[in-house]
Design a protein around this ligand. Structure first.
Ligand SMILES: Cc1ncc(COP(=O)(O)O)c(C=O)c1O
Length: 460
């Protein structure tokens, strides 16, 4: 069969509240043109993030019922630990309430002020947590990733030459660890090849540096390796995942992505001494080491979800349905990051609105317009999220993207057809899109709460 179907049936539904254009116009104004400030009930199709927004399986809900809520040493913790060790292969598993808590604990114990942490691309919370401890996050994406329309199969790869050069220039004592984000969310949801993971690991270990993988979308990355990298076509996703992590010394994980859970995360490594220090910090800020800020039921959902993410039929449907959205809007001329990513499609907002300068925030303009048009919530990944902002002189980000992230197992093909139609309609009147300016912003992670107003004088 050529038609690829959702490999599940729907057992419980959640109504979507329909809104009119006039209502949405008023709501987006009240939210000061920041879609993060909209109430979810006012959104028709929510593509803000794939993080914690997925639908759980019947098996996960059954796991929730059996959650052991003992404070210390619960069965749920041991099931969670067994699953993480089985897939990721690390000896020390520290549960956290989400990915950024794992990041904060890792960077607080491993980094010193003045040090530098390279990555293929840091995610925003990773970047902020590194900066928060006085270290400097540096992105070293491969050259192919800089050409948005390039269809290279592994645009998430680390720039290996750049990494080697940076370590040589700074000296390895100034680099406490190297991070590798799989898939590379900020770089367009693009995968990292096994060859690149192996080579990055080789460079790190030659310099005596630990390699940590930001593992949020490890199962999607494993699927891309299976489909695109020679030698893996017949290898099961779980074995590909095990091989990926065999090259690393540790990982941070947001289980809200490929943990298929609504909350949770972990920090894992083989470093016993560091794990002891991390657990001390965990007790101070998250909770006892066998629950780490999570309920026993959450640990159960993650233990089951990690395996579900590695099911071939699920990943096949997941990646093909994301591509479906990408291919349909690209066919209508909408510029997107090619090839389509695993968890999201990234529209090139600068190409979509060539009449707007980077610091007129074309990504904000496009997210506002998608909401007005059809109640769709997407997110700007551009100069608001990654430009240098509050306080100093404003610098634009490398790209102005709008991400349409697809929640796992939530929307059907007709929902996606609706999204395609809306994007094409906005594209047809793209020259009318206005620029925006920031009227209020916090010092860190400003995209979550910044407020905007349209630039009247530059309407085109
Ligand atoms: C690549 C990456 N790393 C880290 C995080 C942070 O995870 P959390 O939102 O669970 O704190 C995210 C979240 O979106 C992410 O995409």
């Amino acid at each position: 069969m050529r038609t690829i179907i959702e490999p599940f049936r729907i057992k419980a539904i959640e109504p979507i509240r329909m809104t009119s254009r006039d209502e949405r116009e008023k709501l987006i104004q009240e939210a000061d043109y920041n879609v993060f400030l909209l109430a979810a009930r006012d959104v028709l199709i929510d593509l803000l993030t794939d993080s914690g927004t997925g639908a759980m399986s019947a098996a996960q809900w059954a796991g929730i019922m059996r959650g052991d809520e003992s404070y210390a040493g619960s069965d749920s913790y041991y099931r969670f630990e067994r699953a993480v060790k089985d897939i990721f292969g690390f000896g020390h598993v520290i549960p956290t309430h989400q990915g950024r808590a794992a990041e904060r604990i890792l960077f607080s114990t491993i980094c010193s002020p003045g040090q530098t942490v390279p990555s293929n691309s840091h995610f925003d919370t990773t970047r902020a947590n590194i900066a928060y401890v006085g270290a400097q996050p540096i992105d070293l994406p491969c050259a192919e990733s800089k050409i948005l329309a390039d269809s290279h199969p592994f645009k998430g790869d680390m720039n290996l030459q750049g990494l080697e050069q940076l370590i040589d220039e700074l000296g390895s004592d100034k680099v406490p660890l190297v991070m590798l984000t799989v898939t590379n969310n900020s770089g367009g949801g693009q995968p990292v090849s096994m060859a690149n993971i192996r080579a990055t690991s080789g460079i790190c270990h030659r310099h005596g540096l630990p390699l940590y993988i930001d593992a949020c979308r490890f199962a999607e990355n494993a699927y891309f390796i299976q489909q695109r990298e020679a030698g893996f076509a017949d290898v099961a996703l779980i074995d590909i995942a095990r091989k990926m992590f065999s090259y690393a010394d540790g990982c941070t994980m947001s289980a809200k992505k490929d943990g298929m859970a609504n909350i949770g995360g972990f920090l894992a490594s083989n470093d016993e001494e560091r794990a002891r220090e991390e657990r001390n910090l965990l007790i101070l800020t998250e909770g006892f080491p066998t629950y780490g800020g999570l309920a026993g039921r959450d640990l159960e959902a993650i233990a089951i979800g990690l395996y579900e993410a590695l099911e071939h039929d699920y990943q096949h449907y997941r990646i093909i349905s994301t591509e479906y959205l990408g291919h349909h809007i690209a066919a209508a001329g909408v510029p997107i990051v090619q090839p389509p990513g695993g968890h999201a499609i990234y529209i090139d907002a600068a190409g979509f609105c060539p009449h707007l300068q980077a610091l007129e925030y074309p990504g904000i303009s496009l997210t506002v317009e998608l909401y007005r048009e059809a109640g769709i919530r997407a997110v700007e990944i551009g100069s608001v999220m990654f430009g240098s902002g509050a306080g100093g002189e404003e610098q634009p980000a490398a790209n102005e993207l709008v991400r349409l992230a697809i929640p796992r197992r939530v929307y059907t093909q007709s929902h996606i057809d609706y999204v395609v139609e809306a994007i094409i309609q906005v594209f047809a009147r793209r020259h009318s899109l206005k620029g925006y300016r920031i009227t209020e912003q916090p010092p860190l992670l400003r995209h979550f709460s910044a407020r905007f107003e349209p630039l009247q004088e530059r309407a085109c």
